[in-house]
Ligand binder design. Structure first.
Ligand SMILES: NC(=O)c1ccc[n+]([C@@H]2O[C@H](COP(=O)([O-])OP(=O)(O)OC[C@H]3O[C@@H](n4cnc5c(N)ncnc54)[C@H](OP(=O)(O)O)[C@@H]3O)[C@@H](O)[C@H]2O)c1
Length: 319
């Protein structure tokens, strides 16, 4: 199949783009070319690159036409964050593409209600990003139902992979939390450490996009969560990471306001966003309709990323 991947060199694309080539598809990757993929793979040599600045082309009203001109059978859009930009692209692809796959986020759910959260829960997003992504999803699914536009939406959890910092047991990206666990130092967690995180290895997101492409009729008009099989509590996450470093976790639990006042303002903001969402999403639908089976448990995905951080000097190794 001729497949266009928009944003095919980022966290997800670094796995997905070579995976599509290995599966026998002919792949064109749209990106500005400002970065290297996170992983090397011989398949990168078989990919066509289309150097486009999406933002500039959208502003000029040309982006949809430029993608349509590539004459793809399937288009995978990994980098759409605004409803009007999804609309511009979809309007240009109507009648021209056999399958359009949009990368969403589990943030469309807002705060968890009954867990594990299923895809059919009413959306209660908060925060700009979640609200916009939920609006894109709602519009795309409505297009599938009312006009037959062939769309699938995949909602990943917190992306993890070697090459970037994963969300840590305090719910932010500060590597010092892993460093403290490596040293066996005390780690302070907010509340009772029972709020949840829902990671997923980028390779598992990639395999789900591939499955959705290849099981098109099961995927059409549907949204799917793509996360690890089980969410982690902050506490359980910290304990399992400490164990990985041969330590027992020295945890101290602080009421939210006290915890927040002891960390940099940016970390507090990121943690608050993760805690208020406390995602815990079900993968039953992706398992049933797409045969999705995660290769990585959350903790195994994070261990791989943290080992990469140690190997690349982002974190000091234990002793
Ligand atoms: N990060 C998470 O934990 C997370 C969680 C859930 C859902 N998501 C969803 O995942 C998607 C993002 O995927 P990702 O994390 O794999 O992306 P990413 O790592 O941010 O990669 C972005 C890709 O888009 C390209 N790009 C960026 N700006 C561009 C522009 N102006 N024009 C053309 N290409 C551009 C980049 O290459 P160049 O820089 O070379 O252009 C790169 O290939 C989003 O839909 C997001 O909502 C992310």
């Amino acid at each position: 199949m001729r497949i266009v991947v928009i944003g095919g060199t980022g966290h997800i694309g670094s796995y997905l783009t070579p995976m599509l080539v290995e599966a026998g598809h002919s792949v064109t990757c749209i990106a500005r070319g400002s970065r290297e993929p996170y992983r090397e793979h011989p398949a990168w040599r078989s990919i066509s690159y289309c150097r486009i600045d999406r933002t500039a082309e959208e502003a000029a009203g040309n982006f949809g036409r430029r993608v349509a001109e590539l004459d793809a059978e399937a288009v995978i859009d990994l980098t759409c964050y605004y409803p009007e930009r999804a609309k511009q692209l979809v309007d240009a692809l109507r009648g021209k593409v056999g399958h359009f796959l949009h990368c969403g986020t589990i943030w469309v759910h807002g705060s968890s209600s009954t867990v594990p959260t299923t895809e059919d829960e009413p959306r209660r997003p908060f925060g700009d990003y979640g609200i916009r992504k939920a609006a894109i999803e709602a519009w795309l699914i409505e297009q599938a139902r009312t006009t037959g536009f062939p769309v699938t939406v995949l909602h990943p959890g917190h992306l993890v992979g070697p090459g970037w910092n994963p969300v840590n047991p305090a719910g932010n990206f500060n590597p010092e939390v892993f460093a403290a666990l490596i040293r066996g130092d005390e780690v302070r967690l907010p509340n009772f450490g029972m709020e949840t995180l829902n990671h997923v290895h980028a390779e598992d997101v990639a395999q789900t996009f591939l499955r959705a492409v290849e099981l098109r009729s099961a995927a059409l008009g549907e949204s799917f969560h793509v996360v690890a099989a089980k969410a982690l509590t902050l506490r359980g996450y910290a304990e399992q990471m400490a164990e990985h470093f041969g330590r027992s976790a020295e945890l101290r639990f602080l009421a939210w306001d006290e915890w927040k006042s002891g960390v940099p303002e940016r970390d507090a903001r990121v943690t608050e966003d993760h805690l208020r969402h406390s995602p815990n999403c079900s993968i039953a639908k992706a398992r049933k309709l797409l045969g999705y089976e995660p290769q990585y448990a959350s903790i195994e995905a994070v261990k791989e990323a943290v080992e990469w951080m140690i190997a690349h000097g982002v974190l000091a190794a234990g002793h």
